[in-house]
Design a protein around this ligand. Structure first.
Ligand SMILES: [Fe+2]
Ligand SMILES: [Fe+2]
Length: 306
């Protein structure tokens, strides 16, 4: 792998404070509240087909999850996402193959990551092998499952070491009203966008049926991997890209919110997203690797810009 730059000069701005992540390694919210870059627990945040979506249930993890969503809801603004998309749209962080990235992600050891009760590569391959059993002929779906979480490399130092709230968790649109079905909705009241009249109506800056492609989504591993796949000219079908981009968009595919923005293609693609699932069977990486390497060669260039 070629890491092209060690650390992107990433500016994370919170309400007018420029905070250089590479200098401080922590973000300071308005009022001087520090956000440790990796100190807070955000367990079981991203709940893609996993077993922990009982947000109201009593559990010791609940406080951590709630704190995670408080930070996410305050900091994910329309302007923040625009800056992130611009920065990561450069694709100047690294050049490496898709399998290489699977192995790289495997090095990511972060106790607060929801999928890390197992090595990341197990999560990727389990997702892929599960869907392969159900849909043996849809090879694009197998590869989509394999790569759906690769964007989590955003948490690695070479990729900006973004805080948890900018990498994982349920996603939602910016530029329009925050739907009530968003988990821990109350914390949006402290989001600067909440008071912006243009963003406060049901459609906000968008029109009904405009297509999810035209919606600015909160920033995280989903949107990043979508950008990488698209910009590198993957031949995965649009349903594959849709799954990658919206797999954490639970308000849509679990709660049925924001569906008024969908166009016909979105409606078709959403069917595929809904069949995505996960199993806990242990996968023999070396045994299945050749199959996935062949799919990577079919759908991606050998070297991918990240
Ligand atoms: Fe994910
Ligand atoms: Fe996942």
């Amino acid at each position: 792998m070629t890491i092209l730059i060690e650390q992107p000069a990433l500016e994370l701005q919170v309400e007018g404070n420029n905070v250089h992540a590479e200098e401080t390694n922590e973000l300071v919210l308005e009022g001087g509240f520090p956000l440790p870059k990796d100190g807070y627990m955000a367990p079981e945040i991203n709940s893609f087909g996993h077993s922990f979506r009982e947000y109201d249930a009593e559990s010791e993890r609940q406080k951590g999850v709630e704190e995670f969503y408080r930070l996410q809801h305050i900091n994910q603004t329309y302007d923040f996402v625009k800056r992130m998309r611009e920065e990561y749209g450069k694709l100047d962080k690294a050049e490496m193959g898709i399998w290489e990235c699977c192995e790289l992600l495997n090095e990511l050891v972060d106790e607060s990551d929801p999928d890390l009760d197992e090595p990341q590569i197990q999560h990727l391959l389990q997702s892929a092998e599960t869907i392969r059993k159900d849909y043996p002929n849809e090879d694009w779906l197998h590869l989509t499952a394999l790569i759906h979480d690769l964007g989590k490399i955003l948490a690695l130092p070479s990729f900006g070491e973004l805080p948890q709230w900018a990498v994982v968790g349920d996603t939602f649109p910016l530029g329009c009203a925050f739907d009530e079905s968003n988990v821990h909705h109350k914390y949006f009241k402290d989001n600067p966008d909440y008071k912006c009249p243009a963003y406060s109506t049901k459609n906000g800056i968008y029109t009904e049926g405009c297509g999810l492609d035209n919606i600015v989504m909160s920033w995280g591993h989903d949107d990043y991997m979508y950008m990488v796949a698209k910009a590198n000219g993957t031949t995965l079908p649009s349903a594959g890209l849709f799954i990658i981009r919206y797999h954490s968009f639970y308000p849509l595919h679990k709660e049925g919110a924001y569906t008024h923005f969908m166009n016909e293609e979105d409606v078709e693609n959403l069917k595929w997203l809904k069949i995505f699932n996960k199993s806990k069977v242990l996968v023999d990486v070396e045994k299945v690797k050749p199959y996935y390497v062949s799919l990577i060669e079919k759908y991606f260039p050998a070297k991918v810009r990240w």
